[in-house]
Design a protein around this ligand. Structure first.
Ligand code: GAP
Length: 522
């Protein structure tokens, strides 16, 4: 679950774009809105507007196509099998007891008695003098304004002009001894000693199933899609012809009552996951782990995230989740978001979950004997091990948005969204140059042909420059203009978003040309 910024390679140059600019464009152009905005919103929940919905759908479709539908050649040079599943969000609560989520899916939480704010203890740091008895100031790691407030507080309290680098140090909040915590001023507080002791807070949303308010009728909204796959493992084996090694993939909503949702959609309370549980013989864990890790890393590049903004980070032993302790490894594929730069934030985790989940459900459900898989090829009975590449669809969409945002003062829009054509919400804009001489009719005919396969827009309003600017902000890779030569020579002018260069094409050639230039989602 770690998404702490890490930097084990030299950070490339920080791009000149801010989250404020990206969030403003998302709202203005209908990529992402605050959920329930007219009622003041609700913290940790986000809606996708028309453009954002297409973008996220393109990401999920590309993942599904590349993971489940297309041929994928594994580490042994053979095509591998991955089949799909679509499970419920609410499951029998016993699932979450067996998986360890009821007992252990929690984050340490600290409350402020003065401001009623709540913080993740492991996200708080404390700045102050090293000597015992000194007054200390807490702020959320990475929050520059919080850090500035802490420095101001120290200088005012100690009557100094600046910090003393030898005495004033930053420490993680959990490492500050309990008796010194009474001297801490909370991030939003004015008084000392108002932060409570950290206590564990379970992240699962509880919900009542049925009409009767009985403790036995409560269940949870799933915090990961993975468990639906594990409890259906035998059903899939029995109903299909898959054999180990094979994978089960699922895309769906997950819910976590995050203590401090933040950074736009990055840490939300409702989000979507794209998860693969890949079942293997235990002896092959290292091979499959490395293969999935590397393939997933290159996949993100194939849909437009540049390698300069991506890194693979192998987990330290003490970071490993409960199910991965004895495994071949766990790594995060991380993206350098504007709010983590020069560090990185987690986009996807690839973990060797061992046989933890299948074994736990076999024991808890009492189906131990049946659950052990009999491998005919090996003539062996065993619990398969699992390699799990688990990606966030919302974090992936956010990374695509951050990557695409390209300031360009020379354009009327001042910015364009440089999406990989396969991800672009709108593939082409079709514009009659003027609203007469038969141009709108030719444009509409082309529009109707192209929309059979692609999301395209027909726009006959305003100047051609304004229409280009709208499409630049939407990230549309191609604009196709019907001009006077469309009438005489049956050609159109195609304008390329990134270079702004134009080329002539025969009208009849446009559908095949667009298919070829959009890549593999047709
Ligand atoms: N089944 C394994 C699992 O759930 P995880 O690292 O907790 O592992 C997987 O979550 C992915 O789900 C993360 O890499 C991230 O992309 C996404 N994710 C997790 N918590 C999230 C949140 N609060 N908001 C948005 N995305 C989240």
């Amino acid at each position: 679950m770690s998404d702490s910024p890490a930097a084990n390679s030299p950070a490339p140059e920080v791009p000149a774009k801010t989250m404020e600019q990206i969030v403003a464009l998302c709202r203005r152009r209908g990529f992402v809105f605050q959920s329930s905005e007219i009622y003041g919103g609700i913290n940790g929940f986000w809606d996708y507007g028309p453009l954002g919905t297409e973008l996220k759908r393109n990401l999920k479709n590309a993942w599904w196509q590349d993971v489940v539908q297309r041929e994928l050649i594994g580490p042994h040079g053979e095509p591998i099998d991955v089949v799909g599943l679509d499970c419920t969000i609410i499951m029998n609560p016993k699932v979450w007891e067996a998986s360890g989520h009821v007992g252990g899916f929690s984050d340490p939480m600290v409350d402020c008695r003065e401001t009623k704010q709540r913080y993740r203890a492991d996200h708080l740091v404390v700045l102050g003098a090293v000597e015992a008895g000194a007054r200390l100031w807490a702020f959320v790691e990475g929050d520059d304004a919080g850090r500035a407030k802490a420095i101001k507080g120290i200088c005012k309290y100690e009557k100094r002009d600046a910090l003393d680098a030898a005495r004033h140090i930053v420490r993680p909040y959990p490492t500050v001894p309990a008796d010194e915590r009474a001297r801490i001023v909370g991030p939003d507080a004015t008084e000392v000693g108002t932060l409570t002791e950290p206590r564990q807070f379970n992240l699962m949303f509880k919900t009542l199933v049925g009409a009767v308010e009985d403790p036995g009728n409560y269940s949870y909204l799933r915090p990961e899609t993975a468990q639906g796959i594990f409890v259906n493992f035998q059903n899939v084996m029995d109903s299909t012809r898959v054999k180990i090694p094979f994978g089960i993939a699922q895309i769906g909503k997950a819910f976590r009552n995050e203590v401090t949702p933040r950074n736009f959609t990055f840490r939300s309370r409702e989000f979507e996951q794209m998860e693969i549980e890949f079942f293997i013989h235990p002896s092959e864990a290292a091979t499959w782990y490395a293969w999935w890790r590397d393939w997933r890393f290159s996949w993100w590049q194939s849909i437009g995230l540049t390698s300069a903004n991506l890194q693979l980070r192998e987990h330290d032993r003490d970071e490993l989740a409960h199910y991965a302790k004895e495994g071949a490894g766990t790594s995060d594929i991380e993206y350098r978001f504007p709010f983590t730069a020069p560090g990185y934030g987690e986009l996807e985790g690839v973990a060797h979950r061992s046989d933890f989940d299948l074994r736990a459900h076999a024991t808890a459900s009492g189906k131990n004997d049946k659950a052990k898989h009999f491998d005919q090829a090996r003539n062996e009975r065993y619990f398969p091990h699992v390699i799990e590449p688990s990606a966030g669809a919302d974090r992936g969409t956010l990374a695509l948005l951050c990557e695409a945002y390209t300031p360009d003062p020379s354009r009327p829009s001042g910015v364009f969204m440089k999406f990989n054509p396969r991800m672009a919400p709108v593939k082409a804009g079709i514009f009659p140059l003027v609203n007469k001489d038969g141009m709108p009719e030719i444009g509409e005919k082309l529009f109707r042909t192209l929309r059979k396969k692609h999301v395209v827009e027909f726009d006959e309003k305003q100047s051609i420059g304004k229409r280009y600017a709208r499409m630049d902000e939407a990230g549309t890779p191609f604009c196709i203009t019907i001009d006077s030569e469309s009438l005489t020579a049956q050609t159109v002018t195609v304008r390329h978003r990134d270079t702004q260069q134009q080329e002539k094409l025969a009208i009849d050639a446009v559908p095949a040309w667009l298919d070829a230039h959009i890549g593999t989602d047709s």
